[in-house]
Ligand binder design. Structure first.
Ligand code: BG6
Length: 278
């Protein structure tokens, strides 16, 4: 369990709230009308060291295995600071701004000066994540980034993701080969780890079992990763229950197929909005 000193809670009402853990700026809960919409494993470790298994970990400055540091970069295992947090909602929205800047530990891995500003805004049916990276140094740098969203579903085999038809994807389960998606609605039936490229800015994720439907909207994140470890891989993960894989689907908005290059003083802006339809 996380202690309250580690968390920021954005509350619109008793039943509509978002909780963010400062370890990794990981969103660990998004409740709408009392229903939890994100998946966090019961085995997730909250020791301020390991990445939290579930919710929305921030992947930066590298997606995937990394020569310079841990898989998916250091943002999800760094302590973030709170720049500001609204005490109460205004005009139906409540907001917090979290910051990650370079420090000794990050510079040891990746010797660049940067500031990441992560603005989280909760509205009645929408949760908005604005992700900005500023180059504070005097040299250009390149990075990849992604918001690793674990959506909670009743049954992943009855869950569909729209708007992927006709797109190229890298299948990480099949050795990183490239394929083209031919399904109108993508559903999963096995270990699934695909990086869809040049995706449209909206995917409807519908859980046929519960009827719960979320639209994942994104700006400046050209890729969509769809991931579920399935039964065998789940068994090999110490922080993921063996029987939990049916209850999650990761639909991850990112800039990962190609890197973003920022010249000194420049800022990258990417954005993800989760919108509740049902
Ligand atoms: C996904 C990757 O985004 O994250 C997968 O595409 C990876 O390859 C998964 O297995 C989980 O990564 P991790 O480091 O949190 O176990």
């Amino acid at each position: 369990m996380a202690s309250s000193a580690d968390e920021v809670v954005l509350s619109l009402s008793e039943s509509n709230s978002v909780t963010v853990h400062l370890h990794g700026a990981t969103v660990t809960s998004w409740r709408h009308k009392g229903t939890e919409r994100l998946f966090v494993s019961k085995q997730a470790v909250f020791n301020n060291k390991k990445a939290i298994r579930g919710g929305i970990p921030v992947v930066f400055p590298n997606f995937g295995p990394w020569d310079l540091g841990p898989q998916h970069g250091f943002a999800r295992t760094s302590r973030w600071t709170v720049e500001s947090k609204d005490d109460k909602p205004s005009n139906g929205a409540i907001k917090a701004v979290l910051i990650l800047e370079d420090n000794e530990a990050t510079r040891k891995m990746w010797n660049h000066k940067f500031k990441v500003t992560y603005t989280l805004t909760l509205k009645e049916t929408e949760f908005v994540m604005d992700f900005a990276v500023e180059n504070k140094g005097d040299q250009a740098f390149s990075f990849t980034a992604l918001l690793h969203t674990y959506l909670r579903v009743e049954d992943v085999t009855k869950t569909t993701v729209s708007n992927l038809k006709g797109l190229n994807y890298v299948d990480k389960v099949k050795g990183g080969d490239m394929f083209t998606e031919d399904r109108e609605l993508v559903s999963l039936a096995e270990n699934y780890d695909r990086v869809y490229q040049n995706t449209p800015d909206e995917h409807v994720v519908m859980d046929g079992e519960s009827g719960r439907t979320v639209i994942v909207k994104k700006t400046n994140f050209p890729d969509t990763v769809v991931w579920n470890p399935w039964a065998d891989k789940a068994k090999g993960m110490s922080d993921f229950g063996d029987d939990e894989y049916p209850n999650m689907i990761c639909v991850e908005a990112g800039h990962v197929s190609s890197a973003v290059t920022l010249t000194p003083g420049d800022t990258f802006h990417g954005n993800q909005v989760l919108n509740i339809v049902q």
